[in-house]
Write a new protein. Structure first.
Length: 365
């Protein structure tokens, strides 16, 4: 297996593992919480290292998981006081715990290979150099660990899909049915913490956040069906990894950074051109709503004033003056109602047709 394939496979494993959980983070409105977790679990890693003095110890994973859950718990506690909102709570807890980790590293772990920049930025290009032998084959340790995390996340989402779906959209009903939404939520957060920790050395926390949120929110713009959203999120993460990897090779720049930028570009494209929720589609829908309202307004005016001094009240110039619309827009609406045979013009006066009356009656019904 070539080095490039190993790097690319690792990126795909991380993107898929993050995408599986990212969809639920987005739907639970916990996108910024995930950003907080990706940073605050560094404190768990540091505390774990203080205890065991071994960067390869599973206690680091345990410490990171505990701090990840603690982060969410503290944020929830602040929100429950009703004195601060969620964004403010995150803004307090996130820098507080992360800063403690940074201070501990800079003060006591200066000679330990626990570099803050590496944790934040990561570098996929170094993945092939840390290897492990498995069944006689030498493979990157990062590839193996991210593959295991992917399997764990996939198993969790598959087994508890119904429970996750219910607790995401209706916590009260989930509690009534005995699904223990709070317990499930903390198990979910623990998995997020483990996923982030497993991806630290490979891609760094910045790309982990990009993988967690970017593909998920992009998929959200394309569909409202949960299972399809998960599949689309995984697909978008894989496409971003492949495109970002080969672009970084061509330009000789950071792989992780390029993949994150690629995720951003794909999101922007979907944001503008999504057939369901895209900006351009919404602009078109808004224009149609405004046009429809304008058509109904003129038809109602003509219908109600047709028998009251019709030549004066329904004169085009009189209507234009009363409505005060821009000349171009007024002319555009007049063209619509004439082309649809809702009205006709006689001596510069608008007169409603039978079809126009039927259109208004249909709206009233």
């Amino acid at each position: 297996m070539s080095i490039n394939i190993e790097i690319l496979l690792t990126a795909i494993m991380v993107s898929s593992a993050c995408a599986l959980l990212g969809v639920f983070l987005v739907l639970k409105s916990m996108a910024m919480v995930s950003d907080a977790i990706t940073h605050t679990i560094l404190l768990g890693i540091v505390i774990g290292f203080f205890i065991v003095h071994d960067l390869n110890s599973p206690f680091l994973i345990l410490g990171a998981s505990i701090i990840g859950v603690l982060t969410v718990y503290l944020i929830d506690m602040l929100i429950l006081t009703k004195l601060v909102k969620e964004d403010s709570a995150i803004g307090i807890i996130f820098p507080f715990l992360f800063s403690i980790a940074v201070i501990l590293i800079s003060k006591f772990l200066g000679n330990v290979h626990l570099d803050i920049d590496a944790v934040l930025l990561g570098e996929l290009a170094f993945i092939p150099f840390d290897r492990i032998t498995l069944f006689g084959n030498s493979i990157p340790k990062g590839l193996l660990s991210t593959f295991i995390i992917l399997l764990i996340n996939l198993s969790f989402v598959t087994i508890f899909f119904k429970e996750l779906k219910l607790t995401t959209f209706d916590k009260a009903l989930a509690a009534t049915l005995g699904f223990f939404p709070i317990v499930l939520n903390y198990i979910f957060i623990t998995l997020v913490s483990v996923t982030v920790l497993g991806s630290f050395e490979a891609v760094g926390s910045i790309l982990v956040v990009a993988f967690m949120i970017g593909p998920a929110i992009t998929a959200y713009l394309l569909t409202d069906r949960l299972h399809l959203m998960i599949l689309l999120s995984i697909f978008i993460g894989i496409i971003s990894s492949v495109l970002g990897f080969y672009i970084s090779i061509y330009l000789d720049i950071s792989i992780a950074g390029t993949i994150a930028v690629t995720i951003g570009f794909i999101f922007l494209i979907i944001l503008f051109f999504s057939p369901k929720k895209g900006i351009l589609v919404n602009i078109g829908r808004k224009k149609k709503r405004v046009s429809k309202f304008a058509v109904i307004s003129i038809l109602l005016y003509v219908y109600n004033n047709g028998n009251i001094n019709e030549e004066k009240e329904c004169n085009i110039n009189t209507i234009e003056g009363k409505l005060g619309w821009k000349k171009g827009f007024f002319g555009y609406i007049i063209d619509i109602i004439i082309n649809n045979q809702y009205v006709y013009i006689e001596n510069n006066t608008l007169k409603i047709t039978k079809r126009g009356v039927e259109y208004l009656e249909l709206l009233d019904a």
